[in-house]
Design a protein around this ligand. Structure first.
Ligand code: ADP
Ligand code: TMP
Ligand code: MG
Ligand code: ZN
Length: 186
């Protein structure tokens, strides 16, 4: 048996990470492959049994709290496993993902590479280190309109780096606009 491969999809908010994950899910589904889809329970934004993109496409998913729970849902015949919002899972996700790849499962992970403070989410960085392929997505910058959005800016509330939200709190911006906004508001 061959080992599986790891694809990691990263970028700022609204850059199409979940949409890209859903496209890969469609490819495996069309090929009648066995798949499982997971998301962290903390992300209650739309509902707890689906992953949902900002453009409202949705796929059923199993909500988990700890990475190890993923293994308890596997039946041993899966071709691929998909995990959205990996930044909300702890770093033991690395071992769980490696175990799946070594047992022949293709693993697709999507998540934020950087917090709104531009600090790396360590779990995403660890997965990127093991990835066979990293897909780095961009968003349209909310300020200048260029397709260069690599960062997320938070315009309300507290400094929490774990804070569920959408257009009510966060915009995607390019590096220049991120620096301008920070200078203006600090
Ligand atoms: P992510 O999971 O990276 O947040 P999604 O796949 O959920 O991204 O959403 C991507 C969709 O968000 C795009 O197809 C587009 O319809 C919408 N969208 C909203 N704001 C932006 C933006 N600033 N740049 C790009 N797409 C945006
Ligand atoms: P998205 O990447 O699919 O748009 O979702 C990102 C989620 O992460 C959203 O619920 C907001 C949250 N978030 C944080 O908790 N901390 C952050 O620093 C950023 C940028 C987003
Ligand atoms: Mg998403
Ligand atoms: Zn910009």
């Amino acid at each position: 048996m061959n080992s599986g491969s790891l694809v990691v999809i990263v970028g700022p908010m609204y850059s199409g990470k979940t949409s890209e994950l859903i496209s890969f899910i469609e490819i495996y589904t069309l090929g009648k492959k066995k798949i499982k889809v997971f998301k962290p329970k903390i992300d209650y934004r739309y509902n707890n049994t689906q992953i949902v993109s900002h453009s409202k496409s949705a796929v059923d998913a199993i909500a988990i709290t700890k990475p190890k729970e993923i293994l308890t849902y596997l039946q041993g015949n899966e071709n691929a496993v998909f995990i959205d919002e990996v930044q909300f899972l702890d770093e033991t996700l690395r071992e769980v993902v490696l175990q799946m790849i070594e047992s022949g499962i293709d693993v697709y992970c999507a998540g934020l590479d950087l917090s709104f403070k531009a600090n790396p989410f360590i779990v995403t960085a660890l997965l990127m280190a093991h990835a066979d392929n990293i897909i780095k997505k961009k968003a349209v910058c909310h300020e200048c309109g260029e397709y260069r959005g690599t960062l997320t800016y938070k315009f309300v509330g507290n400094g929490d780096e774990i804070d569920i939200g959408g257009f009510d709190k966060y915009i995607a911006v390019c590096r220049d606009c991120y620096l301008k906004l920070k200078q203006k508001n600090e």
